[in-house]
Write a protein that binds this ligand. Sequence first.
Ligand code: PBG
Length: 323
Amino acid sequence: MLESIPFMKTSKNQKKFACPVSVKDLILPCFVIEGTRRKEPIRSMPGISRFTVDLLSKEISQARRLGIRSVILFGVCSRRHRNETGEYAYSPNSIVARAVAAIKDIFSDVCVMTDICLCAYMSHGHCGIVKKGSRHIDVKATLEALSKMAVTHARAGADWVAPSAMTHRQVRTLRRALDRYGFKKTKILGYSAKFASNFYGPFRDAADSAPQFGDRSGYQLHYADSKRALREIADDIQEGAAMVMVKPALSYLDILKEARLKHPFPLAAYNVSGEYAMVKQGAKAGFWDEKKMVFEILSSIKRAGADKIITYHAKDAAGWLKA
Ligand code: PBG
């Protein structure tokens, strides 16, 4: 094998570099569904499943044994609970609220984050409440719903809430709502630079949250708009986020690096569903070695400046790091 030829110029170099990624950097995304005793594999994301609350603890216990200490939860609401207000998102009985409580009850050392967005609770699949008779987001109503959702999750025990609806001033609004209800310690992870990306395809399959009309370009960033991305990051820091995020990761490593250089502030990157699916499909086709590919990708995200990486590879990577 090439890598073992001792006289190659790079061989010494290769050894010098330990893997920069540690299991502590990884955040595992989990999809929660209604019902009991169901584990549903996601067709577009081989190796990832959606779990009912009772089975989720098993998944998290496995992850925990591998050294993972942070998870982010996404609720996948059944069609019958969806409507034009997305109110199920902030019901105290919602799947995510119950999942948070169940996890915190069993694993007090696992940091639980929740995604704060309405798309999986809406009949139309958009991230906010749409004004009646129009195709515009009702910002005020959306912020109110997102605030209620965040407070509900905080009350259930969430350590972090992560607003991803890309509504104007969502971080400031959530910070105020959390403080007002006595959840000063609940932190906010801003999906600050969230691009309207083609890489979210498999996630929308997983969460059944594809918009029924139009697209998300009205509230997510255009992939060419680096200036606005950096402005959003600065704004979220100002508004009270405790960590900011760039999403997706791989096509936006430049943004990540710029954010890193500009702000000495906790920074996360989301290695999204489409990025994951490509690695899996390529490995399945025999185009590359999955483990090597995953390490190269995670290392590049880390090298660009991410402190934390949300990734569907988390369990595999943790296992490989341990071996
Ligand atoms: C909710 C949300 C999305 C993702 C995370 N939160 C989907 C979207 O914006 O359409 C995508 C994550 C992924 O692709 O892994 N708004």
